[in-house]
Design a protein around this ligand. Structure first.
Ligand SMILES: Cc1cc2nc3c(=O)[nH]c(=O)nc-3n(C[C@H](O)[C@H](O)[C@H](O)COP(=O)(O)OP(=O)(O)OC[C@H]3O[C@@H](n4cnc5c(N)ncnc54)[C@H](O)[C@@H]3O)c2cc1C
Length: 440
């Protein structure tokens, strides 16, 4: 038994953990089971206070790699970080990556993660050619994209079974560097224009938003665009452009006390960040600094103290996004519900994953320290998002109610039907699935 939480440190539960070391030991144990990778989902998706949590992190071996096609097969507990470390020097990169490399292949498929390139390349599952899944019966099933169970598993948050192996199509790169462009934006309209205007498009785009700015500056921020750098863009004095000198991460030293993060300190940070990042213009960046700036500080979530934080990520459909996003930012700014990290991204077309989060439109994610009244405030925000046709991301959620899930995910019944065929007793379950009464 161990105390366990998601990355937001809210909620915290007691967990009965098992950690198999070989694939043959990867079996569902007990009446309620959920898999857990590196625990980078923010809420209770990888928590199971009523049963067993199966840690996959020791199942992290490479199985097969074709150096001519870039097709790689590995155990589901392999982290993106370990995969990149092995593959970038060989000229291959992951096709879709979230903002941390400390997550497993299984976690990426189960949450069907998106990256800064969703508008071009879709979600993680689009690039998965095969996956093996351990079912509630103990049987192992090989899934490909023609199988409905594949699309229930992609984004299914571990509720169809335990992913054992993932086969992934990597993309070729010439260097380990990114060509990056930062553009300062004075307001929301400009930020959205930068994200949606083809003239500013790149393979990866995102905008950081100062969510404490108000009035004419509401939605100001820094637009960030990046492409993998070709060999010709990297100075000749870098011996091998596919190799980087990896820096050691520095640990965040303590859990900060609750009062350390307040609208005043966050306002100071936001002003400094806006000014520094906005001035950088065009530059060459090693890929970890572009994709994973937060991974440089180990356990940065301790900055939010013992009470933890909530990451609120929602998507609004393209038709309502611009107007509704303004109202959301106005409410956050007015309520002084501060966030260091407010990130706006554009999503492209929706994929076939039955519970996959991305739908065409704009997505905003905000890290919000736990404080009194915050849960009620976010309930009000849910109602607004729901009324504007939006939905909340399950991998970030720790608090929404079942009605919000049902309103946002119209393919939920299809998901439950597929799940019932392979797990009629609902053996795979988590604190998230019980809170959301996911397939009653
Ligand atoms: C700094 C940071 C940035 C992030 N940025 C993004 C982003 O840009 N885009 C994005 O989409 N997400 C993002 N995330 C969320 C993160 O990518 C996902 O939550 C991902 O699922 C984490 O993988 P994990 O291995 O830690 O999974 P865990 O958190 O351990 O588990 C997540 C879910 O996957 C299931 N699961 C894990 N392993 C398996 C398995 N082998 N079989 C079946 N189910 C399994 C769990 O049951 C759970 O439901 C970010 C998280 C952090 C901390």
């Amino acid at each position: 038994m161990e105390q366990l939480a998601g990355w937001g440190n809210f909620p915290v539960t007691e967990a009965n953990l098992v950690r198999p070391e070989r694939l043959r030991d990867l079996v569902p144990v007990g009446d309620s089971v959920i898999a857990r990778g590196l625990g980078r989902s923010y809420g209770d998706a990888a928590l199971n206070s009523s049963g067993t949590t199966v840690l996959t992190t020791k199942l992290d071996r490479f199985v097969e790699f074709d150096a001519t096609t870039g097709l790689v097969r590995a155990e589901a507990g392999l982290s993106l970080g370990a995969l990149l470390k092995a593959m970038v020097p060989r000229g291959w990169f992951v096709p879709v990556t979230p903002g941390t490399q400390n997550c497993t292949l299984g976690g990426c498929l189960a949450a069907d993660v998106h990256g800064k390139n969703h508008h071009r390349d879709g979600t993680f599952s689009r690039h998965v050619t095969k996956a093996t899944l351990v079912l509630a019966s103990g049987e192992t099933r090989v899934l490909n994209q023609s199988d409905p169970l594949f699309w229930a598993t992609a984004g299914g948050m571990g509720l169809t079974g335990i992913i054992r192996e993932v086969e992934l199509q990597l993309i070729p790169v010439e260097t380990a560097y990114m060509q990056v462009k930062h553009v300062k934006s004075p307001d929301l309209d400009t930020t959205i224009e930068l994200l949606t205007d083809p003239a500013h498009d790149a393979q990866y785009t995102v905008a950081w938003i100062d969510c404490l700015a108000s009035g004419a500056s509401l939605g100001r921020g820094v637009f960030m665009a990046g492409d993998h750098a070709p060999k010709s863009a990297v100075p000749l004095n870098r011996e091998d452009p596919l190799r980087l000198k990896m820096k050691n991460t520095k640990p965040f030293p303590i859990d900060l006390p609750g009062f350390a993060l307040n609208p005043f300190t966050i306002k100071l940070f936001n002003a400094a960040y806006n000014s520094f990042q906005g001035r950088r213009g065009e530059f060459l960046s090693p890929y970890p600094s572009f994709f994973y700036p937060l991974d440089g500080i180990d356990q940065w979530n301790r900055m939010y103290g013992k009470r933890g934080f909530v990451q609120y990520q929602f998507v609004l459909p393209a038709a309502t996004a611009q107007i509704a996003m303004r109202e959301v930012l106005r409410r956050f700014s007015e309520a002084r519900r501060a966030s260091f990290l407010a990130v706006l991204k554009r999503f492209g077309a929706q994929g076939p994953g039955l519970l996959s989060f991305p739908t065409e439109g704009l997505t905003l994610s905000l890290d919000i320290p736990m404080s009194s009244g915050i849960l009620e405030f976010l309930d009000g925000m849910d109602a607004f998002v729901r009324n504007h046709g939006g939905r909340i991301y399950l991998a970030k959620d720790s608090r929404m109610g079942p009605e919000m899930l049902r309103a946002g995910y119209p393919r939920l019944d299809e998901f439950c039907e597929v799940r019932r065929l392979v797990d009629p007793a609902g053996r795979f379950s988590s604190d998230l699935s019980r809170r959301l009464k996911l397939c009653p």
